[in-house]
Design a protein around this ligand. Structure first.
Ligand code: AMP
Length: 191
């Protein structure tokens, strides 16, 4: 099982590249953002607890997100590997993730950091907001807050994987196909 953490600031293209990688490598894909939006849409108790965080562009509590990934792992024990998109987003999540994986005889094979300059991120998310219908993509204030939260709490997670020798940075400006090719080269060199 080859597990990949696809990492980068909001708007860097993780979701788009995840879909392409999923098909190309026959991997599963899980996005904590998608799970949370699903819970909110279904008006579950978990969704009720989550919607304020998403609306403000803040991170949801670690234990809730870690619980979602634990459920995912238990339900997908037989997949060839998974692309983790938007998780882990804090060092505490990364540590809990390692514990959950090793309890199941699994590990992260690689973290791919998709590097995109900040002004480009804001432009991309505003553009996406016109079609995605995501409330957190429509307001420039919320977008800027998400990037601030990324810089303050999430960027440091790269160091966690650097220390394990699992980190690769991929410049992620250019066409979707160009970025996809760069990511595939990195994955192929590591598998
Ligand atoms: P995303 O779709 O990955 O941009 O996530 C959208 C929102 O969901 C984020 O702004 C957070 O509020 C929440 N979220 C998604 N993944 C996580 C995570 N791993 N930890 C905490 N909050 C998360």
């Amino acid at each position: 099982m080859f597990n990949i953490v696809l990492f980068g600031a909001p708007g860097c293209g993780k979701g788009t590249q995840s879909e392409l990688l999923e098909k190309h490598y026959g991997l599963a894909h899980v996005s904590t953002g998608d799970i949370i939006r699903g819970e909110i849409a279904a008006k579950t108790p978990l969704g009720e607890r989550m919607h304020g965080y998403i609306e403000r562009g803040e991170l949801a509590p670690d234990e809730l997100v870690v619980g979602m990934i634990e459920n995912y792992l238990d339900a997908h024990a037989d997949v060839a590997g998974t692309i983790f998109d938007g998780f882990p987003r804090t060092t505490a999540q990364a540590e809990a993730f390692d514990r959950m994986l090793s309890a199941r005889g699994l590990e992260v094979g690689l973290m791919v950091y998709m590097d995109v300059p900040e002004e480009e991120l804001v432009k991309r998310i505003l553009l996406r907001g016109k079609v995605s219908g995501r409330a957190d993509d429509a307001s420039e204030d919320v977008i800027r807050n998400r990037i601030k939260v990324y810089n303050a709490q999430t960027a440091v997670v790269a160091d966690y994987y650097k220390a394990q020798g699992k980190y690769e940075k991929v410049p992620s400006l250019g066409t979707i196909e160009e970025v996809f090719d760069r990511i595939c080269k990195v994955i192929d060199s590591r598998r």
